[in-house]
Design a protein around this ligand. Sequence first.
Ligand SMILES: Nc1ncnc2c1ncn2[C@@H]1O[C@H](COP(=O)(O)OP(=O)(O)O)[C@@H](O)[C@H]1O
Ligand SMILES: [Mg+2]
Length: 605
Amino acid sequence: MQSPKSYIFLNIAISILFLLSIVIMYNNKEDKIDNILENNLRLSLMQYRSVMKHYHILADNVKNIIINSPEIIDIFKKAKDASKEERVKIREALRLKLDSRYNYLKKLGFKQIHFHLPNNISFLRMHKVSSFGDDLTNVRYSVKMVNKTLQPINGFEEGRVIHGFRFVYPLFDENNTHIGSVEASISSSAFRKILYDTFFSDIHFLIKKDIVNKKIWPEDRKKYYINSAEISTFYTEMSSDIEHLNRIRENKYYIDKVEENIVNNIPFALYDGLHSIISFLPIKNIEDKKTIAYFAIYSQTEEIKSLIFTYRVFNLLLILIFIVIIYFIRREYLAIQIREKIKKELVDLNATLAQRVDIEIAKNRKKEQQFIEQSRLAQMGEMLSMIAHQWRQPLSAISSTAVGLELKGELDKLDNKFVIKQAQNISKYSQHLSQTINDFRDFFKSDKKKISTSFDEILESVLNIVEVSITNKNIDIIKECEDKEIFHTYSNEVKQVILNLLKNAEDVLVDRDIEDPYIEISTYHKDDKHIIRIKDNGGGISDDIADKIFNPYFSTKTEKNGTGLGLYMSKTIIEEHCKGELDFIKNRHGAIFEIALPDLKEEGG
Ligand SMILES: Nc1ncnc2c1ncn2[C@@H]1O[C@H](COP(=O)(O)OP(=O)(O)O)[C@@H](O)[C@H]1O
Ligand SMILES: [Mg+2]
């Protein structure tokens, strides 16, 4: 996950996985609900069919045992050819004969027992004895068909008084002459009641409003029907459970779903979103097999509710897990980003640091150079006074030789031998002077090249400048030179350093007014190193300043214009240029400075 690209990829992958899980879970939930609904629908259809079957058998029995009995047939067979007055008597006789049995059948759910003549004229309605004589040909398809085909018919059919599940049978006398037909009908309410009693299901009977408005007598319509709670184009049978209907009316979600499904005219089941599964069973009429009504069977269930609950909990968990994962990925990513940033900054810093170090080193070199120049200038002053001492003796020797020559000349006592001897002397003194000048000049040439030299050579030219100035102050110079070897180094710079050390020793010996002052210079050779020591008996350097003497500008001679650069410059020259070491060795009597130099020849350059 180092790059932003892979971070984005990971995020997308997790999101897709998350969405996929959500979709799968949703589908799974929907499948399960569909399954439950389907099972419920199947069960409801079975219930409906079994009740239907039950009534079919019952109706067959009513017809075979009650209606088809000789006493009934004997009365009814006279009706078809009777006059209007006779028919009144026959009707009354038939009614009386059936009355008690009809009351019993009503308890079984048979709402209607209805006799019709062969020409489809209504003869006797046991459920509404006052209504008869009307022609049913255009109102009751079942009656028309049974009288025509002489075959029984059953099914749902709308009627004048009430809609119902009708069982219509043709009737014959003992000679098998067709004498009319009879109908035993179950009202939808009876159907509902028995379904409820057997299966404890709450049932609504819904019927299309236009069918009811067209066929049923208005006073009956008002008695039996109200607006359906489920769907506005349907009536429902009067129910005592108004509260339930109101609850349905408020459930917009459920009503929308009913409306959506009902147009298909096939059985379907719905979840109302609360507690119930409702199976809608379409009811077709006998004549044109059109769906004109529905049974809506309500069954209580907590199954779907708990399913949805579980689903929601899982969803929530999933979302939580998703958020946590995304959070951790993001945290990790940010941490990596920060690490990367720091790394980059470090790399940048390193780059600039190296640059800065280079710049600083260059600056330091320049400064060092300046220090060296500065201390050389300071030394120059010191050396001029040394040269004055150095020259005094040869100059006075030259001068006294000249005076001697002059005197002898005036006295005319000059002989050739004497003159030559004195001239040689003057020349010798002059050479000495000129050597001093050369040494002095060499000092201020800075060494570009290391040259082959020896300590004896170095010491000679240093002492040539400084010796008289020191010995004039009654300081003894003791030399112990063991190292006679030739080696390679920057000899002018080494001379400068030795001069410095001698001058410091002289300073301390004079300053502290040391008795029997001396400076001891010794050289020796050890482990490929050429070592020179400068030792004095000036009392040494106290501990509290010992670690500062090599610092630039550190000096205890501020009143006597010390620069504090001598030792610093000396150390730089020996250690940086000549690759050697310059150290201070503590000693009770005085200071000891030791220079160890390598032979630089082998290193080339
Ligand atoms: N031989 C010595 N004995 C005692 N002190 C010394 C000796 N050489 C140097 N020092 C001390 O170290 C200091 C630094 O010396 P240096 O760098 O040459 O500067 P400067 O001579 O201008 O003071 C001196 O001021 C002195 O205090
Ligand atoms: Mg000094």
